[in-house]
Design a protein around this ligand. Sequence first.
Ligand SMILES: Nc1nc2c(ncn2[C@@H]2O[C@H](COP(=O)(O)OP(=O)(O)OP(=O)(O)O)[C@@H](O)[C@H]2O)c(=O)[nH]1
Ligand SMILES: [Mg+2]
Length: 293
Amino acid sequence: MALYNGNLKLIAVTGPTGAGKSTFINRLCGSDLKVGTGLRSCTTNIDVASYMMGDTKVVLIDTPGFDDTTKSQADVLEDIGGFLKRTYERDMLLSGVIYMHRISDRRVGGIAVENFRLFGKICGPNAMKNVLIVTSMWEDVPEEVGSAREQELASKPIFYQPAIEAGAQMIRHYNHAESARMVVSTLMGNSAQKLQMQWELVEQRKQVPETAAGVDLRQLLREQEERYQRQLQDLASEMKNANRAEVTKLREELKKTKEELRRVKKEEEKMEVGSFVPRCRHAQSHSLRSSTY
Ligand SMILES: Nc1nc2c(ncn2[C@@H]2O[C@H](COP(=O)(O)OP(=O)(O)OP(=O)(O)O)[C@@H](O)[C@H]2O)c(=O)[nH]1
Ligand SMILES: [Mg+2]
């Protein structure tokens, strides 16, 4: 593989699906990464694009969100882990990790909080100083509303306050190339850091489910399973007193909940320590592609 020999800065762009990760990279690199138009997740495999900043080549890594609508959380974590492992083995450390957040979101729900928790476990406390929380979609909210949300996100322990205390920064992105360049330039002075998951996978030879992020995901899946089990019990007791019209609706809900429960159990099985089998064939699809470098 012909790797670039000059100065190279690697920056990963992460965050929930639809947060504007691929758009941000396209603005910056003039690239043509696929951007979502509907409700389904768009980027399902890791992709890269690059641009030159002076004599430094800046490589942006586009990642699928943990809440990807087409891929399980276990698969996304495996893909990200595989990519991080390969780059670490090639002595390519990340100079920055961007986590994008839509400031236009009225609520930051449980799933978003869980996603960021997993993100924290991938990075680990030592790499937090290389983390940039980038808020997007500012044109979709009045400035004062966005500012108030920004304040809340930065100051509440349930959101980004602990990450900021550990060294992460929060910055706005205004959806144009100049703004994207400004965002990335704040990362340029950073020294590249290994992430906790890279250390665990390579130096400690752990499997994905044994890493801190894997352990956390298993915990999240257990919580999801318990939630669905409780829902099933509630629905079953509601059925007992329901009239005919209500029964049809409840049956539909019961079916959906059972499907969700099956999905979660399948993910839990996949993440069991000992039974974890990397999806080797797929893993090659997100290897570093020489053409991009
Ligand atoms: N208004 C506004 N829309 C944006 C911005 N960034 C992205 N979008 C739009 O938001 C949608 C999702 O953008 P993507 O770039 O595909 O988001 P993503 O984070 O890559 O999504 P996944 O690949 O599904 O994880 C697209 O319709 C974009 O045009 C922004 O800063 N402002
Ligand atoms: Mg995308």
